[in-house]
Write a protein that binds this ligand. Sequence first.
Ligand code: ZN
Length: 167
Amino acid sequence: MTRLPSPNKIKTHRIYTVFEAAEALGRHRQTIIRWIKSKGLLADTRHRPWLITGTDLKTYLGYRREQVRCKLALHHLYCLGCKLPQEPAGKFADYTQQAPSTGMLTALCPMCGSVINKIIRRADLEAIRAKIEVTIQQADPRIVSHTDAPLNVTLESEAQSNVKARF
Ligand SMILES: [Zn+2]
């Protein structure tokens, strides 16, 4: 597997088309499309061109890189605050379906209390539920409707402010 591009190439406040994301990261358009279709990258795919927020792209690349580097256990999530793989606080996590075969596992870090996320395959969910308690949440609001984006946006900005506070 080739090294994933650095999230630093992406600007948080930009909106990218698939073509622009591919260009910014030096990857083929098909690669970006594959990330969206089967690897858990969030995108607004209701209209052409598909749109990806810089924040989602950065988050995706960041978590993918840490997952590769740390060889995380299925039920462990990487905490950007502690820079360590962590088991969810209270062995409890939420799962939000994001694409037909993937979703986001969200939990709290037991050491620093930060929100920790991990993109997982739907197929791994049962194995994870054998280790920790997982509550299935409704699909990400961006898949259903683009106008109101309650919970996940809050979690993301919280995670970001936690990260900023630590650097
Ligand atoms: Zn932590």
